[in-house]
Design a binder for this molecule. Structure first.
Ligand SMILES: Cc1ncc(C[n+]2csc(CCOP(=O)(O)OP(=O)(O)O)c2C)c(N)n1
Ligand SMILES: [Mg+2]
Length: 342
């Protein structure tokens, strides 16, 4: 473990991710979020914190639709993420992206993507740019096990290996793509072998152990910086349904109990308690702080004003292009009869 990241840092980030997910889940149920979908990463905190804390400032990344945890682990502001999910102008994408399309280039976050595998090729481009610029930065794609069956991953792995790009493909294997268990979707579960077939290093790590993820990530990131890209499979369990409304009727109670016993937060907390690095009061204070921080983020998001309709076309067209028609002019074009706007 590096001198700057301690196990307590890892635990604190995981506790904050869980508190965020619980708070945003509640906000969704109360109708405070924009859009109809919300994907929680509860149970996957070890992957997000372990990998996210091993990355360096300047490194870039993309995430899939279950990416709140990585955003927080990379220093994302929970207020700006909560406002984004609530569709408010104070959000990191001015409320235009929502949970599945959060981006924040100031943190190297090149964007979440709702298309399974959609964010993967972007990191190959970002890594090529890093190489040309000589920045020394790595680009990491976080995606789910569902994307392991997508062709775009293999095109990306091929180019990354061929051009020895500073890329890490990080598969968050939570065992399910929606209601389909991975062994019913993948002909082979040996993901490391798939990496090797392309000349990449392939490593699988138990992501209920955040410290192990951090150590593996530190090593593969250092190798990637030297032009040795890798595929890392972060093995974990999605505690709840695919999205907020899914109660996982396709899983047995026993499977859920067993999966939830691989709780990355409890695992590290228990270990640190056993090592006398953590006591109950400190853990309680950590949890209380995180809850307060996320309650504050919810209050901020609820109080923030909605985006101004007149700003709808901003950030859509390149600034050096002719200005698009105003919203009213566009409406007149679509409804020449003068129909009222819904
Ligand atoms: C190309 C494509 N196909 C199908 C979908 C519908 N879809 C949304 S999420 C999802 C499952 C993704 O599973 P996984 O990649 O394992 O991510 P997880 O939800 O488990 O985090 C599917 C099939 C999609 N968004 N994009
Ligand atoms: Mg999955």
């Amino acid at each position: 473990m590096s001198r700057v990241t301690s196990p307590l840092d890892l635990l604190r980030v995981m506790v904050r991710i869980r508190a965020f997910e619980e708070a945003v889940g509640e906000l969704f149920v109360r109708g405070g979020t924009a859009g109809t979908m919300l994907h929680l990463s509860i149970g996957e905190e070890g992957a997000a914190a372990g990998f996210g804390l091993a990355m360096r400032p300047g490194d870039t990344f993309t995430t899939h639709h279950r990416g709140h945890g990585v955003f927080l682990a990379r220093g994302g502001d929970p207020r700006r993420m909560m406002a984004e999910i609530a569709g408010k102008a104070a959000g990191s994408c001015r409320g235009r992206g929502g949970s599945m399309h959060i981006a924040d280039v100031t943190l190297g976050h090149l964007g979440a993507n709702a298309i399974v595998g959609g964010g993967i090729p972007h990191v190959v481009g970002a890594a090529l740019a890093a190489r040309h610029l000589g920045s020394g930065n790595v680009s990491v794609a976080f995606f789910g096990d569902g994307a392991m069956q997508q062709g775009v991953l293999y095109e990306s792995m091929n180019l990354a290996a061929l051009w020895r790009l500073p890329v890490v493909f990080a598969c968050v294997n939570n065992q399910y793509g929606m209601g389909t268990r991975i062994d019913r979707a993948a002909a082979s579960l040996d993901f490391d072998a798939r990496a090797r077939a392309f000349g990449l290093r392939g490593v699988t790590v138990d992501a209920s152990d955040a410290t192990a993820v951090f150590e593996t990530a530190t090593q593969v990131l250092a190798d990637a910086r030297e032009g040795r890209p890798a595929l890392v499979t972060l093995d974990c369990f999605r505690f709840y349904g695919h999205a907020r409304k899914d109660r996982s009727p396709y899983r047995t109670e026993e499977e859920e109990r067993e999966g939830r016993s691989r709780d990355p937060v409890a695992r590290l907390a228990d270990r640190l308690r056993g090592e006398d690095v953590l006591d109950d009061d400190t853990l309680t204070a950590m949890r209380d702080d995180a809850r307060r921080e996320m309650d504050d983020a919810v209050a901020f998001a609820l109080a923030a004003p909605p985006p101004d309709l007149a700003a709808l076309h901003e950030d859509v067209y390149a600034p050096d292009r002719p200005a698009p028609p105003s919203v009213d002019a566009y409406h007149a074009l679509v409804y020449p009869e003068g129909e009222a706007r819904a």
